[in-house]
Design a protein around this ligand. Structure first.
Ligand code: FES
Ligand code: FES
Length: 221
């Protein structure tokens, strides 16, 4: 066949479309790849759609109900209506107006919220109000008043055992409990009793002095 014959388009032959041409070309290339590498080319397939994301874990319904709690605080029965998740500290401060216990860390590490429950010191931020029912709670307000302070409160004043004063109610409660259980503590025992209280102002030496002085006074020495 001469060039002229090939250039001649036979009107009886169908036209080769662009698509047919490309399809033929890719087949030829695949065949070439097999010949060149001995490995059959795998035609590229479109990327599969991404896996659908796991739905978020179902969150339980928030507890919206409120409960009534009866608390024995400083010798008086007080009631408050709170959410079941409310801490004793928040109930004392926000519902009963007893702001002596301080909300500082709100996670059981500073001692600013210390109160006495059934004779033992507790962090009131770590106890739910509903769980405090039936216990005898004493807060710093229950120890004395500015006009009639307890011997320990008076010793804190006399020994200037505070700077900002934010930690002071917690220290007073811890040391009140100590002196109740141990009227003649050593300095080491005072320090151990204060191990759960933090004073950011660093008034520890004066606090220890005040506690030892109060103990002496309470023993009548
Ligand atoms: S506020 Fe409770 S321990 Fe700090
Ligand atoms: S007096 Fe300020 S934190 Fe103790």
């Amino acid at each position: 066949m001469s060039m002229d014959d090939r250039d001649q388009h036979d009107p009886n032959e169908p036209d080769v479309s662009r698509r047919q041409f490309l399809r033929g070309l890719s087949g030829s290339l695949a065949a070439s790849a097999v010949l060149a590498t001995g490995v059959e080319a795998v035609p590229l397939s479109p990327p599969s759609p991404p896996e659908p994301l796991e739905p978020p874990l179902a969150v339980g319904p928030r507890i919206k109900g409120q409960v009534k709690v009866r608390l024995n605080v400083n010798g008086q029965v007080k009631t408050a209506t709170v959410e079941p998740r409310t801490t004793l500290l928040n109930t004392l401060r926000d519902d009963l107006g007893l702001t002596g216990a301080k909300r500082i860390c709100d996670r059981g590490s500073c001692g600013g919220c210390t109160v006495i429950a059934d004779g033992e010191t507790i962090y009131s931020c770590m106890m739910l109000a509903v769980d405090a029912q039936g216990k005898k709670i004493t807060t710093v307000e229950g120890l004395g008043t500015p006009e009639a302070m307890s011997p320990l409160q008076a010793a804190f004043v006399d020994h200037d055992a505070l700077m900002c004063g934010f930690c002071t109610p917690g220290f007073v409660m811890s040391c009140t409990s100590l002196l109740k259980h141990n009227p003649d503590p050593t300095e080491t025992e005072v320090k151990e009793a204060c191990a759960g209280n933090i004073c950011r102002c660093g008034t520890y030496p004066r606090i220890f002095e005040a506690v030892l002085a109060a103990a002496k006074r309470m023993r009548g020495e």
